[in-house]
Design a protein around this ligand. Structure first.
Ligand code: RUB
Length: 337
């Protein structure tokens, strides 16, 4: 395997590093970047014209991409989407050229599906939004933003509230994106959610993973917002493409919550001053299904309890194969390349 890692093209490592360092971030983008990196790896293959070598080379590329961030299930799902199709072509006896084409085709299919899924979510989600609605969102989710922007585009005169989203301030990106799209937006500290909830009509957030029991895994702080929305009687929606549903949870696994470096919470150059304090930086949290009004998917808006049905429908008999790729991300995060 070590020999194979050396042969992988630079793009594969660059994508992996960009995901790990969060220059590529947000579950949907991560998934599309993963599929694109596998496509690039297939195109760049110059090794021996042996099916076995090509297959092992693609497995090595998949491993590098997977061992970056553990929570967004869209990453292993995107990799599995491509690799399962490669595996089937391999089993059917395809030669190197055919295998290469299979990877390219599957990666492009996934990327196209993902783009269309976000558009459909925008259109379904916008129907939930009433004229003049005040919508709160958290972190930076392209799916959630697409709902707000589509509601605005259809003339509903919505206004948005975006949380800053400490410690990485992804809410700044959201506020800018909404502003650029023409949506009036108010940026608030994460701690202000309970104070402003009475001014809000609905909450729309994204998803890194949806479990079989309908629980939502999303940016840290999401579950607090859901609790506040519940207390105030405000609807709370998650926007999630079906490849953000976690097949591993069908088999009883829990979603791994990424713990990020302390230097994101306190100033990295002052870490020494904090050496006697343990700094925790969990990047995601879990919102139980009972706090979720609905999940906006590209297949329609579902109650969270129907997550199981989406999982059965999307992953069906391939659930064990998908599960294999989820376990790789979960077990070992690649430290250095
Ligand atoms: C991003 C985050 C987003 C989801 C959905 O976390 O929690 O809400 O990934 O995003 P991070 P999208 O910044 O740590 O990656 O809808 O764009 O897929």
């Amino acid at each position: 395997m070590a020999r194979l890692y050396e042969k992988l093209p630079r793009q594969v490592y660059e994508t992996a590093k960009a995901i790990r360092d969060m220059r590529i971030r947000g579950a949907g983008r991560i998934a599309r970047a993963a599929a694109a990196a596998l496509r690039e790896a297939a195109i760049a293959y110059t090794g021996p014209q042996s099916r076995e070598d090509f297959y092992s080379y693609m497995e090595a590329a998949a491993q590098v991409i997977l061992r970056t961030r553990p929570t967004a299930v869209s990453l292993p799902n995107a990799v599995a989407y491509v690799m399962i199709r490669l595996g089937e072509a391999y089993e059917a006896g395809a030669g190197v050229e055919e295998l290469r084409k299979t990877v390219v085709r599957a990666a492009e299919e996934f990327i196209e599906y993902s783009r269309q899924a976000v558009e459909r979510i925008a259109s379904y989600g916008a129907r939930l939004v009433e004229h003049g609605a005040r919508i709160l969102t958290h972190c930076n989710s392209s799916a959630a933003i697409s709902v707000i922007v589509e509601a605005h585009r259809s003339g509903k005169e919505v206004v948005a509230y975006a949380t800053e989203t400490r410690p990485k301030y992804q809410g700044y990106i959201t506020a800018r994106k909404l502003r650029e799209a023409g949506v009036p937006v108010t940026l608030i500290p994460d701690t202000a959610v309970r104070r402003i909830i009475e001014d809000i009509d609905l909450v729309v957030v994204g998803a890194d993973a949806v479990a079989a029991n309908g629980a939502l895994v999303n940016k840290i702080g999401t579950s607090q917002i859901a609790l506040v929305a519940d207390e105030a009687g405000k609807p709370f929606y998650a926007a999630a493409e079906s490849y953000k549903f976690s097949p591993a949870t069908l088999l009883g696994d829990e979603v791994i919550i990424e713990e990020r470096p302390a230097g994101e919470v306190v100033e990295p150059e002052k870490l020494a001053e904090w050496s006697r304090v343990r700094v925790a930086n969990p990047s995601f949290d879990v919102t139980p299904a009972e706090y979720i009004t609905g999940i906006i998917t590209e297949q329609g808006i579902i109650p969270p309890e129907s997550a199981y049905l989406i999982l059965r429908q999307v992953f069906g008999r391939r659930v064990h194969e998908y599960h294999r790729y989820t376990t790789i991300t979960a077990t070992t995060i690649l430290e250095e390349y």
